[in-house]
Design a protein around this ligand. Structure first.
Ligand code: UDX
Ligand code: UDX
Length: 482
């Protein structure tokens, strides 16, 4: 296959990764027609919503990019087969959740959608087609995709329809909440593959805005493994600082001071040292468990245990927060109103996948608490879904809000304002670090609460003096002083 100058791209999967990534490619490459397809009709309708404030994904800066390109060289559609047929390059950006049953349940990724996409591509693609893995996948998934494509290549050539496929791995490193910034100025772009021309076809697209020295070329397996390893390292840092936060609380140290002190060492660096309620998001836990599964598969049980401990520590961090809330509230939360501020897994996103708020809320509901939940971007229906099920469905901007109780004792509802949530509450838990929560007027909020009232700051966003001056009690993550 000689290097193609790409004019048409199709991306399968209009999620948090596919949508923003393709929007930026379209913005930076006006010469390329980009079509993003998805099986989920409601999601595509939301991407095409004339109101740019009601997109399915909340991401700062995204609507501005979409305003420039949507309907020009970026299109959202459910016509998957037609888009595959017309595309010279196809990105696979569908979800790969952890398997819930069968072989590898609880650790391995469920690749059924990736396989289905590969089969669809095999059936409908025409001519030379480059298939790009964008989804984070277990190492050697490219071999599966290649096997499917090659089998169809043989069938098609006997029918006189010559088709050539090449598979690349191009993992996405964007973080939600800063996706547009990460896509526009990436630390690096990673392209793994075997066919040099295909690698250059993709590198040429990125070269429209990414400096050449930041475009790294590797073999397929290095690329796939680099993505898993990058996420494992990042998650490990969070579990490390969260482990330190618990030591701080026992010893009188302050985790913020410790983080600044260790982060000033250029070998360690200051990023990713924020102690919190535990990491969430669609990737960290899934990717580490993938790595664990891979290690077991190759008989590397010590390595598997090493990585698994990162997830175990994360689960413990979430659990210890609900336990200490109960303990501080005189050992019981039954019938008590607690306000939860923030439900998204981090600030600046409406994504709730693996959000620590889910586990913390469920534990408190189990104890009979009455939870008033406020998040500026997460819909009530999304919260309902999270608290009633272990599975994830993508949030859809147009769904209507509903209020629900989980069981006879514990109850929750979605509050329209912070004041509503705190009114009559015995405690407030800050679980997501939305900027707005850093500058609340605690003097006036305190008057709404039932005394003695607590503030549990799991993100370290409040100013302790303001809480104490308002007559409230404070527990702050990693704070051994209070
Ligand atoms: C997903 C994976 O979770 C992540 O591991 C990977 O790195 C990138 O893709 P994300 O975009 O955040 O990340 O997932 P999600 O928001 O769930 O979007 C996936 C989309 O694919 C959904 O809209 C789903 O409807 C769509 N899909 C899934 C298809 O169009 N076809 C399928 O066969 C399966
Ligand atoms: C992550 C990776 O950063 C990204 O490169 C990859 O492509 C996808 O997975 P994301 O999950 O969107 O991105 O967000 P990230 O900023 O990494 O945060 C993940 C979780 O860690 C969040 O729950 C966040 O609150 C938590 N976190 C992050 C901390 O608790 N402390 C920190 O210092 C940083």
């Amino acid at each position: 296959m000689s290097a193609l100058e790409i004019r048409t791209i199709c991306c399968i999967g209009a999620g948090y990764v596919g949508g923003p990534t393709m929007a930026v490619i379209a913005d930076k490459c006006p010469q390329i027609q980009v079509i993003v397809v998805d099986l989920n009709e409601a999601r595509i309708a939301d991407w095409n919503n004339p109101n740019f404030e009601r997109l399915p994904v909340y991401e700062p800066g995204l609507s501005a990019v979409l305003k420039r390109v949507r309907g020009k060289n970026l299109h959202f559609s459910t016509e998957v087969n037609a888009a595959i047929k017309d595309a010279e390059m196809i990105f696979i950006s569908v979800n790969t959740p952890t398997k819930t049953k069968g072989l590898g349940a609880g650790q391995a990724s469920d690749l059924r959608w990736v396989e289905a996409c590969a089969r669809q591509v095999a059936q409908y693609a025409q001519g030379n087609t480059i298939v790009v893995e964008k989804s984070t996948l277990p190492v050697r998934t490219a071999a599966v995709i290649k096997a499917i494509l090659e089998a169809s290549q043989q069938d098609k050539s006997t029918e006189g329809n010559n088709c050539n496929f090449s598979v690349l791995s191009n993992p996405e490193f964007l973080a939600e909440g800063t996706a547009i910034q990460n896509l526009e100025s990436p630390d690096r772009v990673l392209i793994g593959g075997e066919d040099k021309d295909s690698i250059e076809s993709l590198a040429t697209i990125y070269a429209n805005w990414v400096p050449e020295e930041k475009i790294l070329r590797t073999n397929l397996w290095s690329s796939e493994l680099s993505k898993l390893t990058a996420n494992a390292f990042l998650a490990q840092r969070i579990s490390s600082i969260n482990a330190v936060s618990s030591i701080c609380e026992k010893t009188g140290a302050d985790v913020r001071e410790v983080a600044t002190a260790i982060g000033s060492d250029s070998r360690i660096g200051p990023n990713f040292l924020q102690a919190g309620p535990g990491f969430g998001g669609s990737c960290f836990q899934k990717d580490i468990l993938n790595l664990v599964y891979l290690c077991h598969h190759f008989g590397l049980s010590e390595v598997a245990n090493y990585w698994e401990s990162v997830v175990q520590l994360n689960n413990w961090q979430k659990e210890r927060i609900s336990k200490l809330v109960i303990q501080k509230l005189f050992g019981t939360v039954t019938g008590k109103k607690l306000a939860i501020l923030g439900f998204a897994f981090k600030a600046n996103t409406n994504d709730t996948r693996e959000a620590p708020a889910i586990k913390i809320a469920k534990d408190l509901l189990e104890e009979g608490a009455q939870l008033a939940i406020f998040d500026p971007k997460v819909s009530s229906s999304q919260i309902t879904f999270c608290l009633q099920s272990d599975e994830y469905i993508p949030p859809i901007a147009s769904t209507k809000a509903i209020n629900t109780g989980l069981n006879d004792e514990g109850k929750w509802w979605s509050s329209k304002s912070i004041e509503d949530a705190l009114n009559g509450a015995d405690a407030v838990l800050i679980i997501t670090e939305w900027d707005h929560f850093r500058s609340l007027n605690w003097q006036s909020l305190a008057t709404l609460m039932r005394k003695p009232a607590w503030v549990f700051d799991t993100r370290g966003v409040v100013i302790p003096n303001e809480i104490l001056k308002a007559g409230l009690k404070l527990w702050r993550i990693g704070d051994g002083v209070n």
